[in-house]
Design a binder for this molecule. Structure first.
Ligand SMILES: [Zn+2]
Length: 372
């Protein structure tokens, strides 16, 4: 079900033009050494992002003899109100990042809606929509590891800003990212799925080995812990300008019906955001010059019978959310009574932060989100 709109949304549509139009002067380009970081949490529902633990869903995931109130994850994450629950689940995201430094769209209860434009509502088309700024439903329609038929915003940023291969880096838990993020194989630094990561740091080198000794239940997805550590190591040593961190476990534990582990994954992802942010703030080269977009590739079903799933026929899988942490955006907290935004605006937003007008390159792409 789509959130029922009032007629004032129509009145806001004129404002939407100004809201999303590209900057006349690419302000990001006027300042030296901007950086962008894209972060995705695979299949992260709006329910958990905006409301934390969903007790009905948790209950539906339990066996007959299991008692909801006795579950460790329930004891850890339950609270009386949605706002308290989400702060228990993601204390840094809600308590610091969005309160003091950024904003988030997609809470339908506040009349803020964010949706996919692709109709497939599964991962490859979702990530491709983020990275291209447009859906290609006829050609990007499978999760098979097929090379992306189009040049991505990551590749374009590298070319247009004359960046090196280490300057544009992707760390992903799912191995199909090798194919999604690059039209030209080998254009970027990409480490995805169970893949060795070379580091002179013996601790990180050991982690690279351990990823193969700690299998997940899924052949194509390693634990996010490794993905995050490798990304941080690359950030520290190679000081990239464009980083994409693609975390995967929120989706995979949900498919497996392990709602307790879904919740734990959100909490771990929150810790990663905190560690990353703390590092960025301590580094003069990144502090105040780094723009972060956090979003998801698709939603999932809204109900206890379909929260595990997503896809073209699953109601709710089109609903996403998008968080912005940028020195050029002044908006804080949750978006409220704003025009609907779409995943196809992510590419132009990322490019715009780096001074690149994505719609000039791809006229059919969604417009950059400014929101300030
Ligand atoms: Zn999935």
């Amino acid at each position: 079900m789509r959130h029922p709109f009032s007629s004032r949304v129509f009145a806001l549509s004129i404002a939407a033009v100004a809201w999303t139009s590209p900057p006349s002067q690419p302000e990001a380009a006027q300042t030296s050494r901007q950086a962008v970081i894209l972060i995705t949490l695979d299949g992260a529902r709006t329910e958990e992002i905006f409301g934390g633990l969903d007790a009905e869903v948790f209950k539906s995931s339990l066996g007959e003899k299991q008692v909801l109130e006795e579950q460790p994850a329930y004891k850890r994450f339950w609270a009386a109100t949605p706002n308290e629950r989400r702060e228990k689940l993601m204390p840094f995201f809600w308590g610091t990042l969005l309160k003091e430094h950024g904003s988030i769209a997609g809470n339908r209860a506040l009349n803020s809606v964010a949706t996919l434009t692709n109709t497939h509502r599964f991962s490859y088309p979702g990530y491709s929509e983020i990275l291209l700024g447009e859906a290609h439903d006829d050609t990007v329609k499978s999760n098979d590891p097929l090379r992306n038929p189009y040049v991505t915003v990551l590749e374009e940023l590298k070319a247009r800003l004359s960046l090196s291969k280490t300057d544009v880096a992707v760390f992903a838990s799912w191995n199909v990212f090798d194919a999604i993020v690059e039209h030209t194989d080998g254009a970027l630094t990409v480490n995805s799925g169970y893949e060795s990561f070379d580091s002179p740091d013996p601790h990180v080198a050991a982690l690279s080995q351990f990823q193969f000794e700690t299998p997940t239940p899924w052949d194509s997805v390693r634990h996010d812990a490794y993905t995050f550590r490798f990304a941080m190591d690359h950030l520290r040593r190679s000081r990239p300008r464009v980083v994409y961190l693609a975390l995967g476990e929120t989706d995979d534990w949900a498919h497996g019906g392990r709602y307790d582990r879904v919740l734990e994954t959100y909490a771990r992802s929150d810790q990663y955001l905190k560690e990353l942010w703390t590092w960025l703030q301590a580094d003069p080269e990144y502090r105040g010059k780094t723009h972060i977009l956090i979003t998801t590739d698709h939603g999932r079903g809204h109900t206890t019978t379909d929260w595990r799933n997503h896809g073209a026929t699953v109601e709710g899988a089109q609903h996403v959310w998008m968080a912005f942490v940028s020195p050029t955006m002044t908006k804080r907290g949750e978006w409220r009574d704003t025009p609907e935004i779409h995943t196809n605006q992510a590419a132009a937003t990322l490019a715009g932060w780096m001074g690149l007008d994505w719609k000039a390159l791809r006229p059919s792409a969604g417009a950059a989100i400014r929101g300030n």
